[in-house]
Write a protein that binds this ligand. Structure first.
Ligand code: ATR
Length: 254
């Protein structure tokens, strides 16, 4: 018997527990995965009660100060979505960038494309890291402009201001806008209509995806990233190959 948990503030929104239950069930593993809405500061009291953790929005950066070690990838990205337990050592890892890379495989000849990443939090950083590993130099914008300076020191990016965005082939939403389905994505239809691909890291019918689809953009749903970051996490937690089809079925068909 093993117990895993996801630390997130968007418990109602997350599809992770269903995906994990399906994965464990398909391999007959007597394991559990529950979502916990718990602030990083309260993590201390539960950290030894589980065999591993996933970390969701908005804790991916704040959780770092509560961990003992980071993998090189988590350190470079500056965000953690996976916590592994090695004895009493808690090690932060990042599999989001793998999820992003796999999700972007849907786009042909990606390295010739211009990309804009919207956001500067943990999810956006994983996307930027993935793009840099593909030798791409993304444009990056964020509501809080000061955060772009930090990114510039860490990654290869071109920072741009929201009122002065370049035309791009691919738009990646790395913000949490859209988790609340009533939120309007702050880019105009005129801008979106010139974008070929939208990869929204938020899953489901967000305002960005619904508008983008109407305007003729090709859409990549955050669920693609969810599957592949989860698959890598599954391998790290269990040492087994992830049952991708069971996971995919659980998150698309419920
Ligand atoms: P995580 O680390 O889990 O990705 P986060 O650190 O809270 O979560 O980052 C959230 C991102 O969404 C940030 O880029 C944030 O912009 P700010 O840096 O300006 O806060 C962005 N974001 C969230 N709500 C937003 C909104 N309503 N409009 C624009 N950007 C928003």
């Amino acid at each position: 018997m093993k117990k895993f948990a996801l630390l997130t503030h968007s418990i109602k929104h997350t599809l992770s527990p269903g995906m994990w239950e399906a994965a464990f069930k398909s391999l007959n593993l007597p394991y559990t995965y529950e979502a916990l809405d718990i602030q990083p500061s309260k993590f201390e009291s539960i950290k030894y009660g589980y065999d591993g953790f996933g970390v969701g929005v908005p804790f991916k950066e704040d959780i770092i100060s509560f961990l003992d070690e980071l993998t090189p990838e988590a350190k470079e990205i500056g965000a953690v979505n996976t916590i592994l337990k090695e004895g009493n050592i808690l090690k932060g890892d990042n599999t989001d960038w793998i999820g992003v890379t796999k999700a972007l495989e849907n786009i042909p000849d990606i390295s010739s494309k211009k990309v804009l990443v919207y956001g500067a939090g943990g999810a956006a950083k994983a996307a930027i890291y993935a793009l840099n590993r593909l030798s791409m130099l993304p444009f990056v914008t964020n509501r809080t402009v000061s955060k772009l300076k930090e990114l510039e020191g860490k990654f290869k990016i071109q920072k741009v201001e929201i009122q002065d965005l370049p035309q791009v082939d691919i738009l990646i939403n790395g913000t949490s806008i859209g988790i609340d389905k009533t939120e309007i994505f702050p880019l105009t239809d005129e801008y979106l209509s010139k974008v070929s691909w939208i990869f929204d890291m938020v899953y489901g019918d967000t305002n960005l995806k619904v508008r983008g689809e109407k305007l003729g953009c090709k859409i990549i749903d955050g669920r693609e990233m969810l599957i592949y970051q989860g698959a890598k996490q599954f391998e790290l937690f269990t040492g087994l190959e992830a049952p991708l089809e069971a996971m995919r079925k659980a998150i698309y068909l419920g």
